[in-house]
Design a protein. Sequence first.
Length: 237
Amino acid sequence: MTQVIVALDVDTLKRQEELLKALKGVVVWYKVGLQLFTAHGKRAVDLVRRNGGKVFLDLKLHDIPQTVAHAVREAQKLGVDAVSLHLMGGADMARAAAEVCPRPKLWGVTVLTSMAPEDVKLFHPSARIPAMVKTLAEAGRVAGVDATICSPQEVAYLRKSLPRLELKFVTPGIRPKGAALNDQSRVMTPGEAAALGIDFIVVGRPITHAPDPRKAALGILAEMQSEVPSALMKERP
């Protein structure tokens, strides 16, 4: 069953608490990212936990192996449930993070969903997003990372090309039908993501900027539930 992670990309604890109260009983997982964590640190994490939520600390760690391992250890002390790291930091970095015990779940970022094909050519003129995502997802999983963060558009390709790895997926770039793309380039609807059996989808502005966040979240969950039966029917012989 696909779960929703609401991205708390806000700048005040007051607004964070308003969203947590509005979504209580509807959503369990919340993303505390760079903006909120830089502004309020541990208080932002504690506020989610006090409201019964689980915390995905999305800091996209990317540094030398020892530094990232120390950061993962500190994230464990914060009581978060998952933390992200950039797989472009290399296999040694991912392995060092995975070897921390105890630790939160490690979710590895492949290629940001804001990046378009022309953007990755900065790395190499022949660079292609699918090939980069595959290479990074494989290296991360082998190193011990628990789930792959990628565009939902790449999930089917990764499952087909890396079947032995039993990948789990966390996908940003989720936009309900008719919603603005904002800074996302490679997107999918919540229903399409649920039909693919993606483990977690990250949704921000379509919920947090809605006039009624609770209603918006319930609408996304309803769309996801309606798509799953049809997807199962298509799989039957």
